[in-house]
Design a protein around this ligand. Structure first.
Ligand code: IVH
Length: 679
């Protein structure tokens, strides 16, 4: 028998996790930190392991599951999917309007309203819900029949496994079929490609391919690691609810808790709508995802029905698109960048050319295979494309324009930065510089160590990493913890405040969760996801260092390639020294103590704190929780009873008051020292 208390806790955890997921993935406005979220997930996972009978298919722990599929099964769509007719300019848009007007009465024309939605460039998905539960998800396929990718779609965090019903006035319908677009944001796409590159795997040409490729993976565990987002835009079937317009449908989906693009607009006036389409062209450049245009839909479903369709395209909607952003220019040279894991990436140096109002002089060539497959030669005229915000890419050479002077490019056999020999492992696309002391790698390695997904050191980016390496201030990642003010104060642009902030941020990073450190080490094939798995399993660097290859291989999500890489990394004397230096500097090397242990040690017991100003390396909420975790109390205003005022940057009037009352003031670093036991 499972106690009511446990059942309630499990339910409460699921509710909390779903809520925070919704804040994060749908509203893009999280309320808690990643660590706090992870803690909720972990507690739920532990309870479900202990009481498997409590596991439900819509539990947030059940997003990843199932073995790789052999192939995808076909599914027939309940309503066939149409495609959109494109228009490319104002004249074509007016021509569409004129065709529509001809089929309508004057009253209908007067009542027309238009919904305009960003046309997201991703993969169309059809999502089925029964009694609120996600039961089937399919690709578009040929419009009539798609592929069943339910298991993969379950891993998409913005997709509700159970309709969350955000509005109390609504209930989940018995049956609901929703359409939407799954996509990968531009930043996530860049990061994914970097990871792919670091792993010696093929990079994706654009976010659309990355999204489609990720969702058409036979192994859902791979899909689960891909940063897929979602916007929904159509309610195809809704049981027991009459919806009359597209705008109502969008509102309804939003109230149910589906992700609905906040940039969707409703227009009463055609001309206003048409000028919005013009202004959108420059606006779309600032979007965090790729949109290849706008979709314009006549709002009223009755009128939509009356208009019907021609062939496979509805008369009541059009796609407003922009001419592709391409140009032809000369490929002056092919050069090579060296990444953090030593991957050599070729890029194109171009004769500067204007594409969509931007001067382009460099473009990506992805990898050596790409150059060979496309037969791109130095001196060629090449087609260069700019797709949204993504780095411009060389699409193909104009072979007809060749003079015979063009040169075939080969990868250098020595690293362009350090001159050491380049290695090309069997079966991998990538070429590597394997010299761990290569300055290019070192700087990238430090940049990675400090990045948001690793030790999260604010103010330490590409520029600083290069500078520190160049000046010999950092010969490995651990050296960061040995930087002193006097090393930095003489540098151009490093005033006292900046130095202090940077050093505080570095200090603050000593206490990060273990997975961040593991990710930060820069072990080949170990990114944030793998680091989390390793940290969760081994709970300390020491245990991970001792882990035998065979044991690592057995961990779900690890496999032989990663296992070998981890073992090899820790074997290296240089790397062991780095670990030693990190440890000596006081960097946390293990997962936090179990909560019970922390509870016994309450160094802040009996003390009352007030916080003022911006704290280096922590939000107000994080600081508050830390104080409470160690037994202290936090209040909002300073009084005689306040033990300490924690003072951050730009403190408020609380500081004055504390001085008047004689209340002690301390920095956030002092506070950290207090909880670590006066060190
Ligand atoms: S409506 C008949 N709305 O664009 C209406 N489509 O050819 C059918 N797309 O692959 C689609 N964003 O998935 C609609 N807000 C949006 C869209 C959208 C992207 C995609 C759609 C399909 C293509 C339409």
């Amino acid at each position: 028998m499972i106690s009511e208390e446990i059942k309630k806790r499990v339910e409460a955890l699921r509710r909390a996790i779903n809520y925070h997921n919704y804040r994060y993935y749908v509203l893009d406005s999280p309320e808690i930190s990643d660590e706090e979220f992870d803690a909720l997930m972990l507690e739920l996972q532990r309870l479900e392991e202990q009481y498997p009978e409590l596991v439900t298919p819509d539990s947030p722990t059940q997003r990843v599951g199932g073995a790789p599929a052999e192939k995808f099964h076909k599914v027939r769509h309940p309503v066939s999917m149409l495609s959109l007719q494109d228009v490319f300019d104002q004249a074509e848009l007016r021509a569409w309007r004129d065709r529509v007007f001809k089929l309508l009465t004057p009253d209908e024309i007067a009542s027309l309203r238009y919904v305009v939605e960003p046309k997201i460039d991703g993969l169309t998905v059809v999502l089925h819900y029964e009694h609120g539960l996600f039961t089937l998800g399919a690709t578009r396929g040929d419009g009539a029949v798609g592929e069943d990718i339910t298991t993969n779609l379950r891993t998409v965090k913005a997709l509700p496994l159970r309709i969350p019903v955000q509005d109390r006035g609504e209930t989940a319908p018995a049956r609901l079929v929703v359409r939407g677009e799954a996509y990968i944001s531009i930043e996530d796409f860049r990061r994914l490609n970097e990871e792919q590159e670091a792993k010696g795997l093929k990079t994706f040409a654009n976010p659309r391919n990355a999204a489609a490729g990720s969702l058409r993976q036979l192994d859902p565990r791979i899909t689960a690691q891909r940063p897929i987002s979602l916007w929904t835009y159509q309610a195809v079937l809704v049981d027991g609810k009459n919806i009359h317009t597209q705008w109502e449908a969008l509102e309804y989906l939003r109230r149910l808790g589906f992700p609905v693009n906040p940039l969707n607009r409703l227009f009463d006036d055609f001309d206003e709508m048409a000028s919005y389409c013009v202004s959108w062209e420059s606006e779309k450049e600032n979007l965090p995802y790729e949109a290849d245009g706008l979709v314009i839909k006549i709002n009223d479903f009755g009128i939509q029905q009356k208009l019907g369709s021609v062939g496979k395209a509805p008369r009541w909607a059009v796609a407003y698109k922009y001419r592709s952003q391409e140009a032809i220019t000369k490929l002056l040279d092919i050069r090579v960048n060296v990444g953090r894991t030593g991957v050599l990436t070729p890029y194109a140096v171009l004769e500067p050319v204007q594409i969509g109002g931007v001067t382009v002089s460099k473009a990506t060539l992805h990898n050596y295979d790409y150059i060979r497959e496309k037969d791109i030669r130095i001196g060629d005229l090449v087609v260069v494309m700019r797709a949204g915000e993504v780095i411009p890419q060389v699409v193909r050479p104009v072979k007809e324009a060749r003079t015979g002077e063009e040169k075939i490019f080969t990868m250098p056999d020595r690293c362009p930065i350090c001159g050491e020999p380049v290695v090309h492992p069997e079966g991998e696309v990538a070429y590597y510089c394997v010299n761990a002391a290569c300055p290019a790698q070192l700087a990238r390695g430090i940049e990675h160590f400090a990045s948001r997904d690793a030790m999260d050191i604010a103010g330490l980016g590409e520029k600083q990493a290069h500078l520190f390496v160049e000046l010999g201030l950092a010969n490995d990642i651990a050296d960061l913890y040995y930087l002193r003010p006097e090393h930095l104060l003489s540098l151009e642009g490093y005033g006292e405040k900046r130095v202090q902030n940077l050093l505080s941020a570095i200090e603050a990073s000593k206490d990060r969760p273990l997975w961040r450190l593991v990710n930060g080490l820069g072990i080949k094939f170990v990114g944030a996801e793998v680091a989390r798995i390793l940290a969760e399993r081994y709970r300390s660097v020491d245990a991970l260092m001792k882990a035998p290859r065979e044991e690592l291989e057995e961990i779900p999500g690890i496999g032989p390639r990663i296992a070998t890489s981890v073992v090899e990394w820790f074997k290296h004397e240089t790397n062991r020294r780095v670990i030693q230096k990190l440890r000596a500097a006081g960097v946390r090397m293990s997962e936090e103590q179990a909560p019970e242990e922390v509870e016994e040690k309450k160094p802040l017991e009996g003390l009352t704190f007030v916080i003022t100003g911006t704290l280096p390396g922590a939000s107000r909420q994080e600081a508050k929780e830390m104080i409470q975790r160690y037994g202290g109390k936090v209040t909002d205003s300073v009084s005689r009873r306040t033990s300490y005022l924690v003072v951050g940057e730009s403190p408020g009037s609380k500081l004055e008051k504390a001085r008047k009352l004689g209340v002690h003031t301390i920095s956030f670093d002092d506070l950290r020292r207090m909880v670590r036991g006066g060190k």
